[in-house]
Design a protein around this ligand. Sequence first.
Ligand code: ZN
Length: 134
Amino acid sequence: MSDKPLPPVDAESRAYWEACNTGRLLLQRCAACASVQFYPRVLCAQCGAVSPEPVDASGHGIIRTFTIIRRAVSAAFDADVPYVVALIELAEGPTMMSNIIDSPLEAVAIGAPVQLTFERRSDAINIPQFRLVP
Ligand SMILES: [Zn+2]
């Protein structure tokens, strides 16, 4: 399907990747302190409580910062250049690194609203990506 690298799936991330595979982006909310975090972890990063609960992200966010990649890191990404790597501040609070796809480069800007989409890389891996809100 794609020559791009696939993320490792382990016990800690399995539920996350399974949700991505169905088009959902999972965050975690701590039952003890209500902190919302990304990426999936066994403990709350704020208070150390165990087993933060999975919650669905709304899929909305803004670009906190970004860069434009003009030379692919490997041949698997040759067809994508130039492409955007961005830090996305999700509506729920956490920040995640992702790509801005299907959007004109000249319109990508700090503070621009984005929405979740996915890039299918294999039968089991669906990578969260973002596009500018039209
Ligand atoms: Zn907590």
